[in-house]
Design a protein around this ligand. Structure first.
Ligand SMILES: CC(C)[C@H](NC(=O)[C@H](C)N)C(=O)O
Length: 632
């Protein structure tokens, strides 16, 4: 009823044209988000000069914020502006945030002495924090709205098309993420600046900012073609009020004289609609199951922090291809794009032949995969630790001038500085590969070239009688990184296989088990588990304060295994429901026959589903047998 005829007239191959604008918008938005996120931790470390722990903490606080704000977005959309306007306004906030980040990364703004380092770090830190806050508000706020808005474009009988839309939507997320995590680290590695050339974080943030503007423009261009549902009132507020009333009513009727009710939510029956109460029960059942889930995200989101920092201590030379540490994150979307079809068409059907591989079982295996990934990360760390000294900072080199006159030293993009006679330069950051230094004084000049391995550090001694190349001696302060970045591939494989089983299945599970008017509520609840997961990283890292990185990886793996066992027990007692059928029973019967309603609700609850799509629900004839089959 809700879909207008205008909407159905604008179709291509049975799909509303409007969804084209929505998937392109999602692609650009995810490019913007993941592109910025890919270089963020290195920006903290090398531009803002924070240590690993602070960089990791702020990174996870930011990611957590990005997944807390969906609740805000859902409330604004449902109760006030509607999804369309919410997406537009919050996208503007988002684009402003990205531009702020790009500006904050221009070192020339405060580099008064023109030595390549910002002189007023407080300015850059403050701008970055404002930028990140606006981005978190924008990206999180629009997240539950865009996918739901896409779903709204389909009419009730277009269920198949809507499913295909969600698959394409997920592929767009990962396509955008893949491209951006390849591109922004390349942009970051470029050198730019007005007075001095430095790593170009402003460009690495600027391109995602531009993509966010493109996302917004594309979304606005589609404006005339969308179906725009009116806000239906704040369902979240209704849910909270109803739960609050149930609790207070229960507390008011504590005495033995009051007959017990089957479920504590039944205490809301005195004031609230039975359908709403039944819907809240369904949601609460799923939310209860969510309790252990944040631990998965705790491990999952460390790809962008700890694992990227780990990659900085590794050798990224893949022969013809030189991989930047932050580019290793592309392994995740690459594997997603290959694993999702393989899992769906091959692995799941094969496993299904042996055991009933229900969504909750898939999620349990996904958690185990993530734990294995962290064991791999721990083993890789042990390998790295065997080779890694701590002083001086990796990739930095210095010159000692033994001549009787001051010398200048520079290489394209890096001015080491003027070194006084019998004095030494500061350590300067030098790229890997073959580097040619130019050394010059008032009377002579020469070139000196040297191969720099990943992470290596040298001190060069310039003798009194400099002719050049052959005269300079070098001592190796830090050996080049020898642990190869390819060693990270197994951990990426396991975490991504875990993601496919856990995240993709979890999204689908949350959607299928939610009542119609609370799908957004449950999506926001699902995203909340991601936010909590990121807070756990902060807490564990702060409280545990483990000096050895490999031990921290193993601790996280062990925590997830414990949580996984708890989740599998909880999942064992979960019975799949078909919310639409339960709701239909209520609608059919009306509210006037209490006993009948209760029976219908009981029956609906027992209607179990053979798989996650809900396409095989049972009519209740063999309820008990089938329920046994589909437990967990
Ligand atoms: C957070 C979601 C799981 C999703 N992320 C991915 O698919 C990553 C890129 N593999 C998203 O919506 O960003």
């Amino acid at each position: 009823v809700k879909r207008s005829s205008t909407l159905n007239n604008n179709k291509v191959l049975g799909y509303p044209i409007s969804i084209f604008f929505i998937v392109v918008n999602e692609f650009c938005e995810r490019f913007s988000y993941y592109g910025m996120r890919a270089v963020l931790v290195l920006y903290f470390k090398y531009f803002l000069r924070w240590d690993n722990d602070l960089a990791t903490s702020i990174y996870h606080t930011f990611v957590a914020l990005c997944y807390l704000t969906p609740i805000l977005g859902a409330i604004i959309a449902d109760s006030w502006l509607g999804k369309f306007k919410t997406i537009i306004y919050l996208s503007i906030v988002y684009a402003i945030g990205q531009v702020t980040m790009a500006v904050s990364a221009i070192h020339d703004i405060t580099d008064k002495d023109r030595d390549g380092t910002p002189d007023n770090m407080t300015f850059h830190v403050a701008m970055s924090m404002v930028g990140l806050f606006l981005i978190a508000l924008g990206t999180g706020g629009i997240k539950p709205c865009v996918s739901a808005f896409g779903g709204d474009q389909f009419s009730e009988h277009q269920e198949k098309q809507r499913r295909t839309f969600f698959s394409v939507f997920y592929l767009c997320i990962n396509g955008g993420s893949l491209l951006s995590t390849i591109i922004t680290p390349i942009l970051r590695a470029q050198e730019c600046g007005i007075y001095t050339q430095e790593k170009c974080y402003s460009l690495a943030f600027g391109v995602p900012a531009a993509l966010m503007v493109v996302a917004l423009v594309v979304f606005i261009v589609g404006s005339g073609m969308y179906y725009k549902a009116e806000p239906q009132g704040n369902i979240m507020l209704d849910v909270c009020k109803c739960i609050g009333f149930a609790i207070s009513n229960r507390v008011r009727h504590r005495g033995k004289q009051y007959p017990k009710r089957k479920h504590w939510m039944d205490w809301a029956e005195d004031r609230y609609d039975k359908l709403l109460i039944a819907q809240i029960k369904m949601v609460l059942k799923v939310l209860f199951l969510y309790i252990p889930l944040p631990m998965f995200w705790t491990l999952f989101d460390q790809k962008g922090s700890r694992w990227t920092l780990q990659a900085t201590t590794m050798d990224g030379n893949f022969g013809a291809l030189v991989i930047q540490p932050d580019q290793m994150q592309t392994v995740n979307p690459i594997l997603i794009l290959t694993l999702v079809p393989i899992m769906d068409s091959l692995i799941y059907p094969l496993i299904q032949k042996c055991v009933n591989f229900t969504p909750l079982r898939r999620m349990t295996v996904g958690m185990l995969m993530a734990a294995i990934a962290f064991v791999c990360a721990g083993l890789v760390q042990i390998e790295i630790d065997k080779t890694l000294p701590t002083f001086p900072s990796a990739s930095q080199s210095q010159f000692v001038n033994g001549m009787g006159m001051a010398l200048n030293v520079s290489t394209p993009g890096v001015y080491v500085g003027l070194i006084d006679s019998s004095y030494y330069s500061n350590y300067s950051l030098v790229n890997n590969g073959k580097i040619i230094f130019t050394i010059w004084s008032d009377t002579q000049a020469c070139n000196y070239s040297r191969e720099f391995g990943f992470g290596s550090s040298y001190t060069f001694y310039i003798p009194g009688n400099l002719v050049c190349q052959n005269d300079i001696t070098a001592t190796e302060d830090i050996k080049p990184n020898t642990a190869h970045m390819a060693l990270q591939i197994p951990q990426y494989f396991f975490i991504t296989a875990g993601e496919v089983m856990f995240s993709v299945t979890g999204l689908e599970f949350s959607y299928s088990q939610a009542p119609n008017n609370m799908k957004a509520v449950l999506q926001a609840g699902w995203l909340l588990t991601v936010a909590i997961g990121n807070f756990i990283v902060l807490i564990v890292a702060e409280v545990a304060k483990i000096p050895e990185q490999w031990a921290e990886y193993i601790l996280f793996a062990s925590l997830l295994i414990v949580v996984c066992v708890i989740f599998s027990i909880m999942a064992h007692f979960y019975t799949y429901i078909n919310p639409a059928e339960i709701e239909a029973q209520f609608m059919k019967k009306g509210d006037d026959n209490d006993e009948d309603d209760k029976k219908q609700l009981q029956k609906g609850m027992e209607m179990v589903k053979r798989n996650s799509t809900g396409s095989h629900s049972y009519d209740g004839d063999d309820d008990d047998d089938e329920r046994k089959k589909t437990k967990m």
